[in-house]
Design a protein. Structure first.
Length: 202
């Protein structure tokens, strides 16, 4: 447990350094108890934060875990899709774009971003690792949400220009391309409709 936390902390510091060098501002791990004077103004969420003047459009969630493979990503089982659910919630809170950065020992560091066709087309001829897949998340009522996701390495991300990222991702609203409602949700909707119909008749 302690070793896992140590790996996670070390990975967050490494990612903060890489992103800061790329973007030209100091990026930091999100303090657990405040610490940076601009946090309240920045609506800090995720694992890595930047100062407001950086105008950074992404919310970063970092994961250094051992119990996942590319197969888990393709089959939507185990953890990667639950990490995406976490960063989706955080990014929606501050109206930014989710960005999941994840790795394991002796593996590349991967980045998951919302799929944009133009970004995919611009990268695909560059002879770098590139994957389009979907992440499926689920709420407490068992409704399923399907997200179109682009997976690249952190080197590919940081080789893109700042203006390119801003042009394509700043202001992007991340929404599922499909929602499958559970039986519970359908039942509740039907009950609500019956109540509304009764009220209309009063």
């Amino acid at each position: 447990m302690v070793n896992s936390k140590h790996k996670g902390d070390k990975f967050e510091r490494k990612v903060a350094s890489i992103l800061g060098d790329w973007w030209g501002f100091k990026f930091s791990r999100t303090p657990q108890s405040g610490g940076a004077h601009w946090l309240s103004d920045n609506n800090a969420v995720g694992d890595i934060v930047s100062p407001p003047q950086a105008d950074f459009p992404l919310v970063i969630e970092c994961k250094h875990r051992e119990n996942w493979t590319i197969e888990n990503i393709m089959l939507n089982n185990k953890e990667p899709h639950t990490w995406w659910e976490q960063v989706i919630k955080d990014s929606n809170r501050v109206q930014k774009v989710p960005c999941l950065i994840f790795t394991r020992n002796r593996a590349n560091t991967f980045v998951a971003l919302p799929y944009i066709e133009q970004v995919y087309n611009d990268i695909k001829d560059s002879e770098v690792p590139l994957l389009r897949t979907n992440f499926i998340t689920q709420n407490i009522k068992k409704d399923k949400f399907y997200y179109d996701v682009l997976i690249i390495t952190i080197d590919t991300l940081t080789n893109l220009s700042i203006s390119y990222i801003k042009n394509h991702y700043k202001g992007l609203k991340t929404k599922p391309y499909k929602v499958v409602e559970s039986e519970t949700t359908k039942k509740n909707k039907n009950e609500d409709k019956v109540i509304d119909d009764l009220i209309d008749k009063i």
